[in-house]
Design a protein around this ligand. Sequence first.
Ligand SMILES: Nc1ncnc2c1ncn2[C@@H]1O[C@H](COP(=O)(O)OP(=O)(O)OP(=O)(O)O)[C@@H](O)[C@H]1O
Length: 270
Amino acid sequence: MIEFESVSKTYPGGTVAVREFSLQVPSHRTVVLVGSSGSGKSTLLQMVNRMAEPTGGRVLIDGDDVAGRDAVALRRSIGYVLQHGGLLPHRTVLDNIATVPVLNRTPRRRARIQAAELLERVGLDESLGTRYPSQLSGGQQQRVGVARALAADPNILLMDEPFGAVDPIVRRELQAELARIQADLGKTIVFVTHDVDEALRLGDEVVVLRRHGVIAQRGTPAQILAAPADDFVRDFIGADRDERRLTVERIDGRDIAVDGTGRPIGVLDS
Ligand SMILES: Nc1ncnc2c1ncn2[C@@H]1O[C@H](COP(=O)(O)OP(=O)(O)OP(=O)(O)O)[C@@H](O)[C@H]1O
């Protein structure tokens, strides 16, 4: 479990990125932070792997304050996927994926074999392993980015707008692939996006942020769609759009949210 305990971040120069943010991210779940540009999403992610240090409050992983962990070891134990993949241009795909296992002293040969298996897991042909990142499409590069983040078999995956730079069709494919991988592996995922559809599609829980990382609403996609907390959330999720128009039907004693196309999308807590 990841816990943000009243976490704040003011950057040198005085920009307040995050103000007193508290959230628990349960293990094996996907929590999506969604908010507009500058709402502090990236900063929140980076305080988990100590790319950014809080100026107030604490971030705990399984009860331990990350401030007490060695920053390099911590980063290697957590998968991190960025918008542009962050691949090393002068290394082949296989060597990119094998980077962290090799740093963690896995023999190179074994790390490359595992990297080839990971290629398959993210839906890429093994033959791409000998290419360089510039020889791949944007969507393929993002898949390699996900494979690289999985390579050290981390419990936690931090994903910062990982599919933000690809076209909408490829984006949907990548989302579906991630959902499939997550159903298999059950990582603890914190996923950042400003795309509401992506948040609703991927999140077990969605956290809608205002400026300074202030939580406007959190809940399952169905809860947020069915009962936006206020006008800010309603506007942000575009709750009036036809395909999102929800009804609640009572089936077998449980309230089921059904979207505008008649598809059940979740069970509402009583
Ligand atoms: N290294 C930094 N130094 C100073 N200010 C920063 C730094 N990084 C972020 N900020 C500021 O902190 C605020 C939050 O930025 P952050 O990148 O966390 O937001 P975000 O929600 O991820 O935005 P985006 O969707 O545009 O990436 C912004 O006002 C930003 O300008």
